[in-house]
Design a protein around this ligand. Structure first.
Ligand code: ADP
Length: 592
């Protein structure tokens, strides 16, 4: 099967693509339901023809015919389930890539659907299993009920009336079941989803939990939530179970009602004894899908919720790819009166940001913790949108770029270093097509080539999980190599030296120098000033606002003057109260 190229904005679109398969399922369902009448016709003919005439040969022919029809029925059932499995896999193929992408976009802040985590993928899995399962097939059996009723009518109108009453009774039970269980089943499903995402997040901090003996408390909290969910779920399930049991018993009892009606009609010679038994079997067949629908109601509710959530996600965040063709970027960054609110947040954490950094410049952002430095980086990269004003790369709004196009031209080292499950070379090459020369070049630029060669399988060493054989410093430097891969035009480093030792710092400075010579635009947040000699521009960010910016030496001179003034005023305490940024020394420019 060819993977789907186009991106869909609703499940309906995917279902429309599968319409021919659905028509096939409908046609198979028609023949299956007709063949389901075999036991009834067999019964009528055995009673009225074979037993009535005492003919063994008629009985043998009837039995052979019945066996043949049962074989066809089994084959049709098998093919129908196969087509449903095919539809389910096709839906997955059509929707999974977009949903996978949306999960990532939501976590990175590209779209404002915070907190969905991997739930959409779990939903899609559930929906796929539902479609491939036997409960879904019931939907295709329900439409044939009128056909059976009509047949009943031909046997005798009184039998059709009994069948109608039975259907009405079961339908009323089905509605009661739906009313009393749907909401609680939905709530239980939501609670189970939130417990599972919370557990996933907590598992990431397993080491901290183990080291500080937090397991008992975490288990207690999880248990409380789990108990609440189980309570809601078991209440709903027991109510649904009750309805299921009543439906099942009634269905059986209703067959006796049909036999009784048939017997009365047979006594008055309105119908034959064979038709009497056949009518009971036919009623059983007519009621079967309703009974199955009531017992499988939980699966219907779950599948409907999954469908709804996925549809909402897909239609809210319809594909925004190929917004504009992107020429090779130069890396000029600008912002004009930009306000940025983190996705899901209410207040802006960056206010009235205006800046203009020429292509090829190296800029350092300084500021106290929580000043908004990482937010500025995310906004400049177009990951977080501006609430007001605009942010541009090479004069075009950052948020309008196709991430697949701009991504390879950008190197980004975030504060929380996350490497992906895969080999070191896969990680450095960003999981794209491996170009060994570029991988080695990036590793050399980041100063880790020798370190990687010293690992058990060199570049093929597989990194799994969040911990493992690499120290945080090594992980940071592999992440730096990933950022440097292909010598991108725009390099953005958020605290690139937070885990580095002196050798690492020196390697980082060399990497920045290499990139600078290659003409890249570099933007970095750092508290240490090892790379200061390479910096062209300084931006000082405090409480979400830029307080100073400009060429490095001019800004340093301003800060020093402010510090001096503050020292004179608040004697004898010297430090940086006036700026809120680390004390900055003048720099001897290496180029001078
Ligand atoms: P810095 O990098 O300077 O330490 P950040 O940019 O990480 O600061 O954070 C700036 C402010 O934005 C902080 O007050 C922080 O609480 C808030 N913030 C950061 N990320 C988010 C987020 N995802 N949702 C809501 N608020 C956030």
């Amino acid at each position: 099967m060819e993977p789907q190229k186009q991106s869909l904005s609703s499940i309906e679109e995917a279902l429309i693509i599968c319409r021919r398969s659905f028509v096939a399922v409908g046609v198979f369902s028609f023949f299956i339901n007709i063949l389901m009448l075999t036991p009834m016709f067999y019964m009528i003919n055995v009673f009225d023809k074979a037993v009535g005439s005492g003919s063994m040969s008629t009985l043998t022919s009837l039995a052979l015919l019945a066996v043949f029809l049962y074989v066809i029925l089994a084959l049709l059932e098998w093919v129908r389930s196969h087509v449903l499995i095919h539809i389910a896999s096709r839906l997955d193929l059509l929707l999974a890539p977009r949903i996978y992408e949306l999960c990532f976009s939501s976590e990175s802040g590209l779209i404002d659907a915070k907190g969905v985590g991997s739930q959409p993928l779990t939903d899609l899995n559930g929906l796929r299993q539902f479609m491939a399962g036997s409960t879904c097939a019931v939907i295709f059996d329900l439409p044939w009920i009128p056909l059976f009723l009509l047949m009943m009518f031909f046997f005798h109108p009184a039998l059709a009336l009994v069948a109608l009453v039975c259907i009405a009774l079961l339908a009323a039970i089905a509605v009661g079941n739906q009313r009393s269980t749907t909401n609680s089943l939905k709530k239980a499903n939501e609670m189970a989803g939130s417990i599972s995402s919370r557990t996933q997040r907590n598992l990431r901090n397993a080491e901290v939990a183990a080291a500080m003996g937090m397991m008992t408390q975490l288990t207690r909290r999880w248990r409380e939530k789990q108990d609440q969910m189980l309570q809601v779920q078991s209440q709903a399930s027991s109510v649904a179970g009750g309805y299921g049991a009543v439906t099942k018993t009634l269905t059986t009892a209703m067959q006796s009602a049909a036999i009784t009606t048939g017997a009365v009609l047979a006594i008055y010679q309105e119908i034959s004894p064979g038709v009497m038994i056949g009518a009971a079997l036919l009623l059983g067949k007519t009621l079967q899908p309703i009974q199955q629908a009531v017992s499988g109601w939980g699966s219907f509710v779950t599948a409907r919720d999954q469908y709804q959530r996925l549809n909402d996600l897909l239609s809210t965040f319809s594909d925004q790819k190929s917004k504009m063709p992107l020429p090779a970027i130069k890396g000029q960054l600008s912002a004009k009166n930009a306000f940025v609110v983190p996705p899901g947040g209410k207040l802006p954490t960056l206010r009235d940001i205006s800046l203009n950094l020429p292509a090829g410049a190296t800029t350092m952002v300084l500021g106290p913790s929580a000043a908004g430095k990482s937010t500025l980086i995310r906004a400049l990269l177009g990951l977080w949108p501006t609430a007001q004003g605009d942010i541009r790369i090479d004069g075009a709004e950052a948020k309008n770029f196709d991430r697949d196009e701009i991504g390879p031209q950008v190197g980004y080292l975030p504060q929380d270093i996350e490497l992906f499950d895969g080999s070191i070379s896969d990680n450095i090459a960003r999981f794209g097509e491996l170009d060994p020369d570029l991988v080695v070049q990036a590793a050399q630029d980041a100063g880790i080539h020798e370190m990687v060669l010293g690992l058990p399988d060199g570049y093929d060493t597989v990194i799994t999980g969040i911990r493992g054989l690499l120290s945080p410093g090594q992980r940071q430097r592999i992440a730096l190599a990933r950022a440097l891969y292909g010598r991108p035009r725009l390099l953005v480093l958020d605290e690139p030296n937070s885990n580095l030792d002196e050798a690492g710092e020196r390697a980082l400075s060399r990497a920045i120098e290499t990139m600078k010579v290659a003409g890249a635009s570099i933007l970095m947040v750092s508290h240490r000033q090892g790379a200061m000699p390479l910096v062209d521009f300084l931006i000082i960010l405090e409480a979400g606002e830029i307080t100073r910016q400009g060429p490095r030496d001019a800004v340093i001179a301003q800060i020093q003057a402010a510090q001096k003034q503050a020292n004179q005023q608040i004697h004898p305490h010297p430090p940086n109260k006036a700026t809120g940024v680390p004390k900055i020394k003048a720099v001897n420019n290496p180029e001078q």
